[in-house]
Design a protein. Structure first.
Length: 364
């Protein structure tokens, strides 16, 4: 009795379990051997496990584990196809049908005949006026169809239509957008945006104001909905930098030159849960060091200088490490300002020193 016969004699649920421990290439290869294995390899539970494994390894960052578990088989296959070939907007010939039913793309819910973006073509958007400022910065949204551009105010442009989709309404003429970040959601239909504003006065009397706002923009209708408004977070802000947003969590690094000796400003990070309307301030024990931070689904990663002077990288899980530190946004005026949460006090899931010479500037 050959190996293939023995393998096929196994119960179907055992073969599905074996598939779930394989990589995608192995599953696709085995599906080509016979109709029996092909039928089992197209089981939704198999692909749920395969895609969930990609999510745990960091290859997928636009869907939660619950999203993956509730997705249809076609949606899971389309997600894997996107990892291999890039967004559908990169396809220069949208009329070609897929050669294999393995990678069937779900039709768009709203756009019947979307205009593909040709990767070999240069696309130029033409704002009516461009304000010369070092604050101007374009950020291409995932999918390659839209770009955010800070031009006096934040604007969202359709690349292939050269069309203004949306413009952010600032809090007043004295305010400027100094930092922003975005995360594409809902399969490319919408985007969550975190916007940081600051007002400037010529007198320098200390009456400057700052705010952070999180909003959801519908890319098809051009309408936005406010998710969170955080005015003057933890007092007057000197400068907003390095904004991030991932899922329910938004972050922004705040730099201040107050009471700092040397050439590096004191920096800390404001984390905000826009769904829970809560915030906290995360700070390093070392005042004269940059504070580098980023967000991935359900986790926060930061790099800072240790007390001994060397750079360190730390990873925390938001739901467990920060659960007791959140404060409600908007209630700060009626209670003492909460103190900062210092990084050594937070429980980490990974913590390691960095020895690379490329990070020597963190020791300054």
């Amino acid at each position: 009795m050959g190996f293939r016969t023995d393998f096929q004699d196994l119960p179907e649920d055992v073969i599905r379990s074996v598939f779930s421990f394989c990589d995608i290439y192995a599953v696709v290869s085995m599906s080509r051997t016979n109709k029996y294995l092909r039928r089992l390899s197209l089981d939704k539970l198999v692909w749920t496990d395969l895609v969930a494994n990609l999510w745990r390894r960091g290859f997928i960052d636009q869907a939660s584990l619950s999203d993956i578990q509730s997705s249809s088989l076609d949606s899971l296959l389309a997600l894997v196809k996107g990892l291999l070939t890039g967004p559908s907007s990169w396809n220069g010939n949208a009329n070609l049908k897929p050669k294999s039913r393995w990678f069937l793309s779900p039709k768009s819910r709203r756009v019947q005949n979307p205009i593909p973006v040709d990767m070999h073509t240069k696309y130029i958007v033409h704002p009516r006026e461009i304000v010369a400022s070092n604050l101007n910065q374009p950020k291409l949204l995932n999918g390659g169809e839209y770009v955010l551009f800070n031009n006096a105010t934040l604007e969202c442009w359709s690349i292939h239509r050269d069309e203004l989709v949306w413009a952010y309404e600032k809090s007043g003429p004295e305010f400027s957008v100094v930092e922003f970040a975005a995360e594409v959601i809902d399969g490319g239909d919408s985007v969550n945006i975190v916007v940081c504003e600051r007002s400037w006065t010529l007198s320098g009397t200390g009456s400057e104001q700052s705010l952070v706002q999180v909003l959801k923009l519908d890319l098809y209708t051009g309408s936005s909905t406010q998710l969170l408004l955080n005015r003057n977070p933890y007092g007057n802000v000197w400068n907003f930098t390095d904004a991030k947003i991932s899922g329910d969590i938004a972050s922004v690094v705040v730099e201040s030159w107050k009471n700092v000796v040397g050439t590096t400003p004191y920096s800390h990070c404001i984390l905000m849960n826009w769904k829970g309307k809560t915030e906290l301030r995360l700070a390093s024990n070392t005042a004269g060091s940059p504070f580098l931070i980023t967000l991935i689904p359900y986790h926060v990663i930061w790099v800072s200088a240790s007390i001994s002077g060397g750079p360190e990288i730390s990873v925390i899980q938001v739901s467990t490490a920060l659960s007791s530190h959140w404060n409600h946004v908007g209630k700060r005026a009626y209670s003492p300002t909460p103190g900062a949460v210092f990084t050594p006090e937070v429980e980490t899931v990974a913590h390691e020193s960095i020895t690379s010479s490329e990070c020597a500037y963190l020791k300054e």
